[in-house]
Design a protein around this ligand. Structure first.
Ligand SMILES: Cc1ncc(COP(=O)(O)O)c(C=O)c1O
Length: 351
C-alpha cells in the first residue's frame, strides 16, 4: 500500500464508464455561464456567498449549516483535519482513530493517514450491508470520525437512517459520523433528517455526479452550525474558483437536466440487472450511478478486452469482498447498451 490515491487511466475518446462520472456532460446552461464570465471575474478573488446561499436553499438547509468545498474530496479532507485535531478528553497526544467500513472510497484512508490518524478498517459482511455490529465494536473513546457512505462506492448498497442513527448514538463525545452522500441524486436517500436531533452527523455531497461538474470541483458539507463553524476555520477562503461558483449556480437552475439524467441512470441500472440475470451474474442493487457486477475470475481480462474496444470499466476485484467484480458506470442509456453488448460478447466468448 502506497498510501497514495492511484489515478485510474483511460485513453481519450472512449466510453468512460470507470469513474462514476456524468456521461452526458453538464447542463448547457453551465457552459453559457462560463462563457459569460469577464476578465475582471477571472482577475478578482471570487466572492461566492450568494451561491452558497442559493445552494442552501436548493438543498433545503439553513445557510449556517452548509459550507461549499472544492469537491467533496476537500470536504472529506477538512472534516478529517477538524476531527483529528479534537483532543480526546483527558488524553492529549493520543492518536485519533478514523473508522472505515470496507470496501470504501479510497480518500478516507488516504486522507486520514496523511494527517497521522489511525485508520480502523471494518471488514464487509454478506450482501455488503453496513456491518453495524462490527462497526460499533470498532468504536473506542479515541474514535474521532466514522465514515458511512450511502449509497456505498463501489457496491451501490444503501444504508438506512436507523443504521446511521445507531452509529451516531454509539460515538464518544467529540466523535462524528460522516455520511458521504456523493450518490444521493440517484436514489434520494439522505441522513439530513438526523440533523434535527443529532449534532454529531455531517453529510457530504458533491455536484460532480448528478449535475456533471466533476472537473469544476464542487462539493459541500452540511451539519450542525457549531460543528461547521469549527470546520470553516480550516476551509480556505476561496475554495471554489469563479468558474465553479458560476457553474454551480447555473447547474442548480436546471432541474430538468438533473431529472432527465437521473432517469437515464435508472434505466441504465435496470439494463445492467437484466443482462446479469440473463447471464447468471451476481450483482448488487445499486442506489448510485454504477453497478458492481461479479464477472468471475476473469475480471482483469474482461476489463482489458473492453478497454481494447475503448470501453473503460473499473476492475474492483482487489477490494475486500469484491473478488471477480467490475464496477460499471450507469449513465446515458446508449452508452450502457454499447457496453453491455461488448460485455456479453466477451463473456460468452464470441470474440
Ligand atoms: C463516495 C465518494 N465520495 C466522494 C467523492 C469525491 O467527490 P468529488 O469529485 O466532489 O471530490 C467520490 C467521487 O467519486 C465518491 O465516490
Amino acid at each position: 500500500m502506497t498510501g497514495e490515491y492511484q489515478r485510474p487511466l483511460a485513453a481519450p475518446g472512449g466510453l468512460r464508464l470507470h469513474l462514476n462520472e456524468n456521461t452526458a456532460g453538464c447542463s448547457p446552461r453551465v457552459l453559457a455561464a462560463l462563457e459569460a464570465l469577464t476578465g475582471e471575474d477571472i482577475a478578482f478573488y471570487p466572492d461566492y456567498g450568494d451561491v452558497e446561499h442559493e445552494t442552501a436553499a436548493f438543498l433545503g438547509v439553513p445557510r449556517n449549516q452548509l459550507v461549499l468545498t472544492n469537491g467533496l474530496d476537500e470536504g472529506i479532507f477538512v472534516a478529517i483535519v477538524a476531527a483529528a485535531r479534537e483532543t480526546v478528553a483527558g488524553e492529549s497526544g493520543i492518536r485519533p482513530e478514523v473508522v472505515v467500513p470496507l470496501p470504501a472510497f479510497d480518500m478516507y484512508g488516504v486522507t486520514a493517514r496523511a494527517v497521522g490518524a489511525q485508520v480502523v478498517e471494518v471488514p464487509p459482511q454478506q450482501g455488503f450491508r453496513l456491518p453495524v455490529a462490527s462497526l460499533l465494536a470498532a468504536i473506542t473513546p479515541r474514535t474521532r470520525i466514522v465514515f458511512v457512505t450511502s449509497p456505498n462506492n463501489p457496491t451501490g448498497v444503501r444504508v438506512s437512517l436507523d443504521e446511521i442513527g445507531e452509529v451516531s448514538a454509539a460515538l464518544p463525545p467529540g466523535g462524528i459520523v460522516f455520511v458521504d452522500e456523493a450518490y444521493h441524486d440517484f436514489c434520494g436517500d439522505t441522513a439530513l433528517p438526523l440533523l434535527a436531533t443529532r449534532s454529531n452527523v455531517i453529510v457530504g455531497r458533491t455536484f460532480a455526479k448528478g449535475h456533471g461538474l466533476a472537473a469544476l470541483r464542487v462539493g459541500c458539507l452540511i451539519g450542525h452550525a457549531e460543528v461547521l463553524a469549527r470546520i470553516r476555520t480550516i476551509v480556505p477562503p476561496y475554495s471554489l474558483n469563479v468558474c465553479a461558483a458560476a457553474g454551480l449556480r447555473a447547474a442548480l437552475g436546471d432541474r430538468d437536466r438533473l431529472a432527465w439524467y437521473v432517469a437515464q441512470v435508472d434505466r441504465s441500472r435496470r439494463l445492467i440487472y437484466t443482462l446479469c440475470d440473463r447471464l447468471g451474474l451476481t450483482y448488487w442493487e445499486s442506489g448510485a450511478n454504477f453497478v458492481l457486477v461479479r464477472v468471475g475470475a476473469r475480471a482483469d481480462e474482461v476489463v482489458s478486452k473492453l478497454a481494447a474496444q475503448s470501453i473503460f470499466v473499473r476492475d474492483r476485484s482487489g477490494e475486500p469482498g469484491c473478488a471477480g467484480c467490475v464496477r460499471i458506470t450507469a449513465g446515458v442509456v446508449d452508452h450502457t447498451e454499447q457496453c453491455l453488448l461488448a460485455l456479453e460478447e466477451i463473456l460468452c466468448g464470441v470474440r
